[in-house]
Design a protein around this ligand. Structure first.
Ligand code: ZN
Length: 409
């Protein structure tokens, strides 16, 4: 087998972080009745010893991944609040008004840009998934249905103007051609403009064994170290960074042209130092990670088998991508987890990829009154426990499996 190459710097990738075996795409929900030809692909995370990027191979053509994307941002309450807050802070900080131009990449159903539009700021969304882009256009957010890269950026600049603010929240990790994408950001950005980029923080993934955030659609796992390397290659520089609670701990990086006069805030150096002391700049920083992942799988299976033996009924909550990595890696099927509840009508009535656990409407919960609810998107645990407070009335418990089995008191 040939050694895969780093998608950022091109070096051969010889250091394994964790090998999660072959898995189907985590967003490829199945329709009952046509589940015969489910394809699986290797899911193997590796570390680049030269530029420090953790990544999985892009074994899957991008068109397979994004064209029928079942994720609609507006279905999560905390995301909607996060977006509103972000927009008001950014409009203030970067002095954005009717003469500015904001572009969001992977704008999903337009929920974030609609807040800029309300403030009178001209906006454009770029979204490759036609079904979600249609929702954005319907709510009045101009949206181009396409992938973003250097070519798209050059065309946009030619057609209109460069952007004062480019927002790329939780998209950089999902880009197969990282260098082309970052070159596009550089091309599209006004000389004095800012790019705001959110990525889950690798430091948290490693420290908290968040292995279920590894899935095929999530190509790259960034530290500030590895992100800085790729920006620098394209004439960009990280000038500020914030720590966010989203996705189990994310970074919001503010990036500007390297030649601009923006000062770099001290927090950038602080986080780089923290990453170096955690070993994110060398292979031995990942020692023991795979063993912790294995322990997590065993604990989940023990819990589910024990529950079945005791006659406790366990169901899942939240048909999220990370749940699919967990269930498929642990080989959990409907025999151990009866069904998964999800608020999104786009997922209800379908089966989770691989595990084939059915996705059902929340109303089912009240009819069945199960004993334990396994919360799969553990990053939303507080929100979900609040939403489902009624479960406690029939003595139901909430459980999370990552980083270890925990019954939430
Ligand atoms: Zn590299």
């Amino acid at each position: 087998m040939t050694v895969p190459q780093c998608r950022s710097c091109g070096d051969p990738l010889v250091c394994t972080v964790v090998d999660l075996g072959r898995q189907p795409l985590s967003n490829a929900y199945l329709d009952p009745g046509c589940i015969a030809d489910e394809r699986t692909y290797p899911l193997h995370a590796r570390f680049c010893e030269r530029c420090f990027l953790v990544q999985v191979e892009d074994a899957v053509p991008p068109d397979d991944i994004f064209t029928d994307y079942a994720y609609f941002s507006s279905f999560s309450d905390s995301w909607v609040a996060h977006a509103r807050q972000f927009v008001h802070a950014a409009a203030d900080r970067f002095d954005l008004g009717p003469s500015s131009f904001v572009v969001e990449i992977a704008s999903n159903d337009g929920y974030l840009l609609s807040h800029f539009a309300e403030l009178g700021v001209p906006v454009l969304g770029i979204e490759p998934a036609a079904n979600v882009a249609a929702v954005a256009i319907e709510r009045g957010v101009p949206t181009d249905v396409r992938f973003f890269g250097s070519h798209t950026a050059a065309e946009l600049v030619e057609r209109g103007r460069p952007a004062d603010l480019i927002v790329a929240n939780n998209v950089l990790a999902h880009v197969p051609d990282l260098n082309d994408f970052v070159q596009g950001l550089s091309t599209l950005l006004e000389p004095g403009g800012t790019i705001s980029i959110e990525v889950p923080h690798l430091l948290r993934l490693v420290r908290e064994t968040q292995f279920d955030t590894i899935y095929h659609e999530h190509f790259s796992y960034f530290s500030l170290l590895s992100a800085g390397e790729v920006f620098e290659r394209h004439g960009l520089r990280i000038v500020d960074v914030e720590r966010l609670r989203t996705h189990g701990g994310s970074l919001r990086m503010f990036v500007a042209h390297a030649g601009s006069d923006r000062r770099v805030t001290p927090v950038v150096g602080e986080i780089l130092e923290e990453e170096r002391s955690a070993g994110l700049d060398r292979a031995d920083g990942f020692t023991g990670f795979a063993a912790r992942v294995e322990a997590c799988r065993e604990a989940l299976v023990d819990f589910l088998v024990g529950a079945r033996r005791e006659g406790r009924r366990v169901v899942g909550y939240g048909a999220a991508a990370k749940g699919n990595t967990l269930l498929n890696y642990a080989h959990v099927g409907p025999d151990l987890l009866e069904y998964v509840i999800d608020r999104s009508p786009h997922k209800q009535g379908r089966l989770l990829p691989g595990s084939r656990v059915p996705v059902v409407d929340p109303a089912r919960l009240d009819r069945d009154q199960p004993d334990d609810i396994l919360i799969l998107p553990w990053n939303l645990r507080d929100e979900i426990v609040d939403q489902l407070a009624r479960v406690r009335e029939w003595g139901g418990r909430f459980v999370v499996a990552v980083p270890s089995i925990e019954v939430i008191e």
